[in-house]
Design a protein around this ligand. Structure first.
Ligand SMILES: *Cc1c(COP(=O)(O)O)cnc(C)c1O
Length: 422
């Protein structure tokens, strides 16, 4: 039996209705930008496995360091203990993050990074004797699948069984440039009418919403207003963090900096699950007290796992290297050239780019919309490219190590899919 056949006996996959979904494809090996299946067929990983493996799969500059760390210290409780990988990572991360970020709290995935920020925001106000119960979030946002993160997400479509248990959230549209004034008025009236603890947002690019992009100036105004209104700001950079938008963090594009930044996905270069919620000294100080109950009593078993910290450190070393920096610029340029070629195609509705993130909205008739995503996905895979279209949007977010030639192959497969399928 193949792995795909054996898989069916006991495995329950994420985001999957197993009765409808065909079997899962077994991947046996990954190297650089390539994934290899059971039959040895290779696929270019055009989305870096959900934007995690940004330095290529099984990058020896990362795996060798983690292998060494594995033989020295594997895991230790982080409550009451510390270790070199965590200390070194904290120094490197604080050096990389916007200047107002001073403290780091570890957890295990993007959802928990957001949940930690939300809990900290509520407790920050509570510790100051100012109970607040409401959050503000963007329409079409995605922040994860645990309860707090799910509550602030707008995109979790199949929420029926849980909705009544959600946190109290007020949703506002993203600023587009034209509607900036209207959106900031909506924020102002929400803050006036409710006890708002925090504003949670994906800065400038909403990943799961098919790389929907919004206006930097408009977002800056919203953050600024929150700062002046005792509303904490939580930038969910789980997708945008670590270079994807053309800067290390998308928050660098705004003059006003957030109180919290949530990181995961590319943080550990796709090697191990880990997340960090960073915050300002001011937030930290609201918990620092002789009263034990003002502390933050939250923890996960694998908090600051030494192997994950080592992978993260190796990833940051690569991110700031000349080689990766240059290749990021090359990818940005290649996307621009491809965009010039494709944006006026009659079957293309619109295109957008921010850093190495590139997306195409297809011009499709509604009746064709239903299975379009599956048709495109199948066509790309048949042609050796792993892309995960969302609705009628195709996006590319390839590892920083991708070559010009490999990028051309992605572009060509997209162009031929547009000709043959749309
Ligand atoms: C993926 C993602 C999350 C959730 O991260 P998980 O590790 O899947 O829990 C949260 N926010 C954003 C912006 C994401 O892209």
């Amino acid at each position: 039996m193949t792995l795909s056949e054996r898989d069916k006996a006991h495995l329950w996959h994420p985001l999957t209705q197993h009765k409808i979904k065909p079997e899962a494809l077994a991947i046996t090996k990954a190297k650089g930008v390539y994934l290899y299946d059971e039959q040895g067929k290779e696929y270019i990983d055009g989305i870096a496995s959900w934007y995690t493996c940004m330095y290529g799969h099984c990058n020896p500059k990362i795996t060798e360091k983690v292998t060494r760390q594995m033989q020295t210290l594997d895991q230790v409780v982080f409550a009451g203990f510390t270790h070199e990988p965590a200390v070194k990572l904290s120094e490197a991360l604080i050096g990389l993050l916007p200047g107002n970020q001073q403290k780091l709290f570890f957890s295990e995935n993007g959802s928990t990074a957001v949940d930690v920020a939300i809990k900290m925001a509520f407790q920050y106000h509570f510790n100051k004797g100012d109970k607040k119960d409401t959050l503000i979030a963007f329409e079409d946002g995605f922040h994860g699948d645990t309860f707090g993160a799910m509550s602030v997400s707008d995109l979790s479509v199949y929420n029926g069984p849980f909705e009544e248990f959600f946190l109290k959230v007020i949703r506002i549209p993203v600023p587009t440039g034209e509607n900036n004034h209207e959106v900031s008025e909506q924020l102002k009236s929400a803050v006036a009418a409710h006890k708002v603890a925090a504003f949670v947002y994906e800065p400038i690019v909403q990943g799961a919403a098919a790389m929907k992009m919004h206006d930097k100036e408009g977002l800056n105004t919203l953050i600024e207003f929150c700062k002046n209104s005792h509303v904490l700001t939580i930038a969910d950079e789980v997708m945008t963090g670590f270079g994807k938008t053309g800067k290390n963090f998308a928050s660098e594009y705004m003059e006003s900096k957030p109180d919290f930044i949530c990181m995961s996905k590319a943080l550990t270069a796709g090697l191990l699950p880990m997340a960090v919620t960073s915050c300002t000294q001011e937030v930290y100080d609201a918990f620092y007290d002789d009263d034990i109950s003002k502390g933050f009593f939250h923890g996960h078993t694998y908090t600051a796992n030494p192997l994950a910290c080592t992978a993260a450190l190796a990833g940051i070393e690569l991110l700031v290297s000349d080689e990766i920096g240059e290749n990021i610029q090359n990818i940005i340029k290649s996307h621009q050239e491809f965009d010039d070629r494709i944006k006026n195609h009659p079957k293309v509705l619109s295109t957008r780019q921010q850093g190495v993130i590139y997306a195409i909205d297809l011009n499709v008739k509604m009746e064709r919309y239903g299975n379009l995503r599956d048709l495109l996905f199948g066509y790309f895979m048949d042609n050796g490219v792993f892309l995960r279209p969302l609705g009628s949007t195709i996006y590319i977010l390839a590892p920083y190590t991708i070559t010009k030639k490999e990028l051309q192959k992605i572009y060509e497969v997209i162009e031929s899919a547009i000709e043959k399928i749309i």
